[in-house]
Design a protein around this ligand. Sequence first.
Ligand SMILES: C[S@@+](CC[C@H](N)C(=O)[O-])C[C@H]1O[C@@H](n2cnc3c(N)ncnc32)[C@H](O)[C@@H]1O
Length: 249
Amino acid sequence: MAETTAPVFKDPSLRRSAALFRAFLREPSDPDRCYSLLARDSVAQVARHIDLPGRIVVDVGGGGGHFTEEFRRRGAHSYLFEPDPRVLGARGGAGGDAVLADGYLLPLADGAADVCFSSNVLEHVSDPRTFISEMARVTRPGGLIYLSFTNWYSPWGGHETAPWHYLGADRARARYERRTGRPAKHTFGENLFPVHIGPTLRDVRARDDVEVVTARSRYWPFLASTITRVPGVREIATWNLLLILRRSP
Ligand SMILES: C[S@@+](CC[C@H](N)C(=O)[O-])C[C@H]1O[C@@H](n2cnc3c(N)ncnc32)[C@H](O)[C@@H]1O
């Protein structure tokens, strides 16, 4: 039991960040290894705040279902909600209990989930506030919301066109197409949006339906929380913001 629930690496730590980064670099050739490792790491982060066995977990924009599967492996009742049928079908919908659904309008009753989880989805929606409101709505009072996203000024903000997005999204996209001979997967303003650290932190802190439990860089090996407190610097140095929120009573 201890072996299956142990986190992969100490978090934060240099070994963990290096392993995640190596897996990320190999993602194009070995996506399963990359997302399985990331899922194990992320679910361990949730497990630090709540006992998972028997809990209801909703994975919003869960892609191919690696996170949903990891929550199940740790004893939770986990359900995958994903709006893209190609993505949902790619790995068989996490072995069932998958729903084709948009995160703006989840087919769930208020307070249905103990944990509402969303990894790297917020930068892909045009209205992050409404997306967060829906996550809060379906989470029970006292339950947890896990929310992480790559912010626009992160070195990876432009995704496959990074770091050229610093020179403008259109220019970065054109460069990508020129270099690879194929269009970029993401188009700024269509399926990739500029989300920033400062405004997002101000927004969640101002809400009365959630309280902030953790605000930190998801991947940094040290000063993971400190970085997010330094205006300006945090927009570049955070890379990816991890928020763990608790649903207010
Ligand atoms: C970068 S992938 C992240 C997948 C997975 N959560 C992960 O961390 O590997 C972004 C996902 O967000 C989903 N997505 C985009 N818009 C969404 C929306 N409005 N509601 C829910 N999911 C959405 C996409 O279909 C895609 O699966």
